[in-house]
Design a protein around this ligand. Structure first.
Ligand SMILES: Cc1cc2nc3c(=O)[nH]c(=O)nc-3n(C[C@H](O)[C@H](O)[C@H](O)COP(=O)(O)OP(=O)(O)OC[C@H]3O[C@@H](n4cnc5c(N)ncnc54)[C@H](O)[C@@H]3O)c2cc1C
Length: 388
């Protein structure tokens, strides 16, 4: 609302300025209209007493990329759909579409989906829309699944494979990315704003190079950004007078954001409204799947696939976020060296980034002191932001 107000005000200011400019232009040179530095950037109230929760989850990383593959197991057909690293929300629709193609190849009319995170829910919805009857089986449902702990940005190639496997994954990745992107455009403008476009600012004390947030004790990851350059606007470098930040190098980016609480609620509601069934159930061994009534199953258990299917190729990459009390007036994201900020409607997410010790680390105990340090650093930045 405040953002709209600002845009209206900005529009009015520009209109006034240009009328004045027209009147003046016959007699004198027109001075450039000064660009507001910070009018749209409401200050984030960053203080540790506004932290409402600290959350940890393990990205289900596979060096070769997600496993989307059909396997015959006993009397069942299992279509695997897991291992999406730091890109599960972003790739979910495209990955689900590939899994669904395999399901449809079996001629199944009834489908069991194991897992109710980003991947399970979207695959289940796609299957319903293709006319299948779907039942989800999961040991936990939103909000108690790892997917709910993600930061919520369009990051389709975040920790999605390692550099060595990138060439083999590239075409499939691009297909998934483009399918997902198209689907997300159809989810804009819905009640509760599950999906929206936001602007954000990358801040740096050195010129931007080809740095992608590498972490010293993690592998070199696949980088596919060049393949989908046409999908999102290019980042814009801002001159010092065009932004309120103390850092000398600032880039504005524009990206999709997932308001995960509202988005997961949308996915669950759509699934149930279309007659979907959900059974809360934990499987301790893959053989237990043989007893399910559906002949065809999708395995969307994320990191859980490592234990359930004995798949050691799924590596946990730990990540931690803190959530601050929501501020609807804060509509921009930030990316600094040690933290990033995502201005979601269910809370301002402050993610610790660039830290070591996360690769192959299954420990989901929150380290509150690390999140408090990130929030304090953010507070320091806010205090230095120039105000008009
Ligand atoms: C800090 C952090 C930030 C992230 N930010 C982003 C982001 O901004 N954008 C993005 O696209 N991605 C992001 N990700 C990655 C994203 O969160 C994951 O890729 C995604 O959540 C994986 O979804 P999933 O459905 O495969 O797994 P999950 O959400 O873990 O769901 C698995 C489901 O399977 C069920 N299950 C598991 N084992 C069993 C079992 N044995 N029996 C029965 N049920 C079982 C679970 O209960 C759950 O329902 C982030 C990850 C982290 C850690």
């Amino acid at each position: 609302m405040q953002r709209r107000q600002f845009l209206r005000q900005a529009g009015a200011t520009l209109a006034v300025a240009s009328t004045a400019g027209l009147a003046a232009c016959a007699s004198q040179p027109v001075a450039p209209v000064p660009r507001s530095r910070s009018a749209s950037l409401a200050p984030i109230r960053a203080s540790v007493d506004r932290i409402t929760g600290v959350y940890v989850c393990t990205r289900p990383f596979r060096a070769a990329g997600p496993r989307i593959e059909l396997e015959k197991r006993g009397n069942k057909i299992v279509v695997h759909n897991y291992g999406h690293g730091g890109s599960g929300w972003s790739l979910s629709w495209g990955s689900g579409a590939l899994a669904l193609q395999m399901v449809q190849g079996t001629g199944a009319r009834e489908l069991g989906v194991i897992g109710c995170g980003a991947i399970g829910l979207t695959t289940a919805l796609l299957a319903q829309r293709a006319g299948l009857q779907v039942r989800i089986y999961a040991k936990a449902l939103p909000p108690d699944v790892f997917s709910m702990r993600a930061s919520g940005l369009w990051t389709p190639d975040s920790r999605i494979c390692d550099a060595a496997h990138a060439p083999a994954l590239a075409d499939r990745w691009e297909t998934m990315t483009r399918l997902s992107y198209a689907r997300y455009q159809s989810l804009l403008g819905l009640a509760g704003t599950p999906i929206e476009w936001i602007d954000g600012y990358s801040l740096s004390d050195a010129p931007f190079g080809k740095f992608h947030g590498e972490v010293p004790d993690e592998p070199e990851y696949g980088d596919f950004s060049d393949r989908v350059r046409d999908l999102t606007p290019r980042p814009v470098e801002l001159a010092p007078g065009e932004h309120p930040f103390p850092e000398p190098y600032v880039r504005r980016y524009t990206t999709l954001m997932f308001n995960i609480s509202s988005y997961a609620n949308y996915l669950m509601s759509e699934f149930l409204a279309a007659g979907g069934k959900i059974q809360v159930r934990e499987f301790s061994h893959a053989d237990e799947l043989q007893g399910l009534p559906e002949h065809t199953l999708v395995n969307a258990t994320g990191y859980g696939a490592r234990a359930l299917f004995n798949d050691d190729s799924v590596i946990p990459v730990r990540g931690q976020t803190a959530r601050l009390i929501p501020q609807p007036e804060v509509t921009y994201g930030l990316r600094a060296r040690d933290f990033s900020v995502v201005p979601r409607s269910d809370g301002i997410m402050v993610q610790v980034i660039g830290d070591t010790g996360n690769y192959n680390n299954p420990d989901i105990t929150p380290h509150r002191e690390a999140s408090e340090a990130a929030v304090r650093e953010l507070a320091g930045l806010v205090a230095q932001m120039k105000r008009d």
